[in-house]
Design a protein around this ligand. Structure first.
Ligand SMILES: Cc1cc2nc3c(=O)[nH]c(=O)nc-3n(C[C@H](O)[C@H](O)[C@H](O)COP(=O)(O)OP(=O)(O)OC[C@H]3O[C@@H](n4cnc5c(N)ncnc54)[C@H](O)[C@@H]3O)c2cc1C
Length: 277
């Protein structure tokens, strides 16, 4: 389609952007994972804060993975629906992970309630001027301001106005923590810039309203980050090291041929007769 000529499907922004975004999120999540594990295991830290790290990591990373598996599954069309390509079955596993060992929403409701009441607080951002740190601070301040107008956190207003926001507030904290971890670990800025702009877009309206960060600026910054990331695609895929573990039919022509040749052939007397004609 570019200038009327034929192009690979990867040329389309709608195809390469979700792949690059998922890769950036996976690298940043790995940096976040290392920091979260250290914080969770630190015996000098208040146990409730250690528990908070686990909740925030789970809520943030499971959400990234769930979004990625659904989006990527759609981008390979009907092939995304087949369990043999492992994308949609991975999404089903994530639904279980989200519930098992602590349902994410339940964990988030508890954490946000305790943070707003002020029972304990989380470590400050190492990049307090970043958009993500300002977002986190802004959402918690808004929550505290709302709580002040209510009788207490077990009120009907809390149920109506705060509970529906708890998971997105926890993910906002997680985006900030993940970004801080990745920048502090020295990850390539192509990765951290893309993570930042895509995280901003998850609550786009807030940035327009509170930071005067317009939709046009958000689009332009996202475009810049994706254009910078695209030449890194093969390199990033290699860096994941997962190729050996995802040998599904859709991955290559030879995998597809092996898969098709291995399918059981069903025949009937009529089809055998037709074959002889
Ligand atoms: C794959 C998988 C493996 C599992 N393995 C085990 C295992 O090995 N051993 C074991 O004992 N259990 C296991 N479980 C069970 C698991 O621990 C529970 O499913 C989980 O704790 C959620 O509890 P529930 O299913 O009773 O949902 P509920 O607690 O009934 O939650 C149902 C819905 O209500 C919401 N909700 C619940 N409480 C509140 C609240 N206070 N405020 C607002 N909303 C709320 C939840 O967010 C959810 O949307 C497993 C579950 C899965 C999916």
């Amino acid at each position: 389609m570019a200038n009327g000529g034929r192009v690979p499907i990867l040329y389309f922004r709608t195809q390469h952007a979700p792949i690059l975004t998922t890769l950036a999120q996976s690298f940043v999540s790995k940096a976040f994972w290392k920091v979260a594990i250290d914080a969770f295991r630190d015996p000098a830290t208040d146990f409730r804060v250690r528990h908070a790290w686990a909740t925030i990591f789970k809520a943030t990373v499971v959400h990234h993975a769930q979004t990625a598996t659904l989006t990527l599954s759609c981008r390979v069309g009907a092939q995304g629906l087949f369990a043999y390509n492992d994308i949609i079955s991975h999404h089903a596993s994530l639904l279980g992970i989200a519930i098992a060992e602590g349902d994410i929403l339940g964990l988030c409701i508890r954490l946000v309630s305790e943070l707003l009441i002020g029972r304990y607080s989380l470590p400050e951002s190492t990049h307090p001027d970043s958009l993500l740190a300002r977002h986190e601070k802004g959402l918690l301040s808004q929550g505290r301001a709302l709580l002040e107008k209510m009788q207490h956190h077990r009120s009907d207003e809390f149920n109506r106005f705060i509970l529906p926001k708890c998971d997105s507030i926890v993910r906002a904290i997680g985006h900030r923590m993940a970004y801080d971890a990745a920048v502090d670990a020295g990850l390539d800025s192509t990765i951290t810039d893309l993570y930042l702009v895509t995280a901003v877009k998850l609550d786009s309206a807030w940035y327009v309203e509170k930071e005067k960060h317009s939709c046009a600026v958000q689009d332009a910054t996202e475009d810049e980050a994706i254009v910078a990331a695209l030449p890194r695609l093969d390199d990033w895929l290699d860096q994941t090291g997962v190729e050996a573990y995802c040998q599904v039919p859709i991955l290559s022509q030879s995998n597809w041929d092996t898969f098709v040749n291995g399918l059981k052939e069903h025949t009937s007397p009529t089809s055998q007769l037709l074959a002889k004609l």
